[in-house]
Design a protein around this ligand. Structure first.
Ligand code: IFM
Length: 460
């Protein structure tokens, strides 16, 4: 158990935005309510062996029906903002065609509830739940999906832009590309390895077209939520450094460079992408108001070791890839097996500032969090999650150091307000400030909830 740090947390600027995050598929449940269509993840969870605990997200946390209770929990925390995602198949059950007004009504009610409580709604338009009808036509491997996304973005903004102060186009296109289309660990379960690259380009194009559509509909303050990790080479030799550089290119620069510089980081790679790439890059790099960073941990990468498949956080990495993921020793691990490296956040942010300079808009940490399985005490009901508190304290200190080093960071969203459906892990990983009993759906704020409430309060 980590000892509490006796040094008080540093002060953040008075206008620093404190928030919490979720995504639709992970919390909402009610997959058939009010005309929602099926998503790629509904189908994936039904395939035997895909989800480690054999679960699905038909109920998840039942947020679709309990959203008022959840917004009340956020109000109790005192957060300034709530980052949630809009389910594309609720709004357009087939991914295109007529709008399902009842699906949009849910987000209308949610936004109203948030506004009533003084919490800024921050919707993400795509957090992985592709409408199944589009997935069956190739999903993100097809350019058409990007164009459909833009029409969907318009529909959502036309309804909500009058009350939404900050927008996010897409979440973590790197994970969808790598885990969904490259390795098959996530929906849609394709194992295309490097043939998955069109999925990256089309999500980036969707982001760019989405920015245009949002601006045309009057949306303000548009950003993206991209996952980033510092990549550490496993050794000083050329082979390890080259493998780490390739991993950094494929997971960090492949996504940030087009958005922030209007170019792919490697010409050979750009040449493998479909469509009018140069023209698309102009769309993809339309100026953003801010850039969102999702940070969990650094990655240690070395040359592949033939015959030794590697794994990270339960995800198997095939042995024939040109890099191998190594275990990071010497740090505590979350229950997911992810190393806890707070200074990796500072390293990452300073690195982004060095690489992109003045092209980097103000940053928000759109996700940061940890999975620990602490449960309510059977007698007192208390959920004593000291490790989560230590995790966030450490990351806030690291974030503050990055700001002292000149990185312009405007806010921090904890992943997540609630325990929820953690994709291929099912319900085995709990990231919430609030415990969810999946049998009764009872919510129990953990000690970390009270800690975050105090952090927010003391900053005011
Ligand atoms: O739960 C996910 C989220 O959907 C995307 N970012 C990482 C989180 C933890 O794995």
């Amino acid at each position: 158990m980590p000892a509490p740090d006796p040094v008080p947390l540093p002060r953040f600027p008075a206008d620093f935005l404190w928030g919490v995050s979720t995504s639709a598929f992970q919390i909402e449940g009610s997959p058939a309510a009010d005309g929602r269509g099926p998503s790629s993840w509904d189908a994936f969870t039904r395939e035997p062996g895909r989800i480690r605990d054999g679960s699905h997200a038909d109920t998840a946390t039942d947020h679709y029906r309990r959203y008022r209770e959840d917004v009340a929990l956020m109000a109790g925390l005192g957060v300034d903002a709530y980052r949630f995602s809009v389910s594309w198949p609720r709004v357009l059950p087939d991914g295109h065609g007529p709008i399902n007004a009842r699906g949009l009504d849910f987000y209308d009610r949610l936004v109203d509830e948030l506004c009533t409580r003084g919490i800024a709604p921050v919707p993400t338009l795509f957090h992985w739940d592709t409408p199944l009808a589009l997935e069956e036509r190739g999903g993100w491997l097809e350019r058409d999906t990007a164009e459909r996304f833009a029409a969907y973005a318009s529909a959502v903004a036309e309804r909500l832009a009058d009350r939404v102060p900050m927008w996010i186009t897409i979440n973590e296109p790197a994970e969808v590309t790598l885990l969904g289309y490259g390795l098959g660990e996530h929906a849609p379960g394709r194992q295309l390895v490097f043939d998955a690259l069109p999925a990256a380009h089309h999500q980036l194009l969707a982001h760019g077209l989405g920015v245009q559509a949002l601006r045309a509909a009057g949306a303000r303050r548009i950003g993206v939520a991209a996952s980033h990790s510092p990549v550490w080479a496993a050794g000083d030799g050329h082979a390890d450094r080259a493998a780490a550089d390739l991993y950094d290119l494929l997971t960090n620069r492949l996504f940030a460079d087009p958005i922030l510089t209007g170019a792919y980081p490697d010409e050979g790679l750009a040449a493998m992408l479909p469509g009018p790439v140069a023209e698309d890059l102009r769309t993809i790099s339309a100026p953003l108001d801010w850039y969102g960073v999702n940070y969990y941990n650094p990655m240690l990468v070395g040359a592949p070791e033939p015959g030794t498949p590697t794994a990270f956080g339960g995800i198997g990495i095939p042995a024939d890839l040109p890099f191998g993921i190594r275990q990071i020793d010497g740090y505590e691990q979350t229950d997911f097996g992810w190393p806890v490296v707070p200074d990796g956040l500072r390293e990452l942010l300073v690195g982004l500032r060095e690489r992109y300079g003045d092209r980097l808009p103000p940053l928000y940490i759109t996700e940061n969090g940890c999975s620990y399985g602490d449960a309510p005490d059977p007698v007192t009901g208390r959920v004593a999650d000291a490790r989560r508190i230590a995790y966030h304290e450490g990351h806030l200190r690291a974030l503050h150091r990055a700001m002292e080093q000149g990185v312009d960071v405007r806010g921090y969203f904890i992943w997540s307000i609630l325990d929820n459906f953690e994709w291929a892990e099912g319900y085995r990983q709990r990231f919430g400030l609030v415990h969810v009993d999946y049998a009764t759906l009872e919510r129990t704020p953990k000690d970390s909830y009270a800690w975050y409430r105090d952090v927010i309060e003391s900053g005011r």
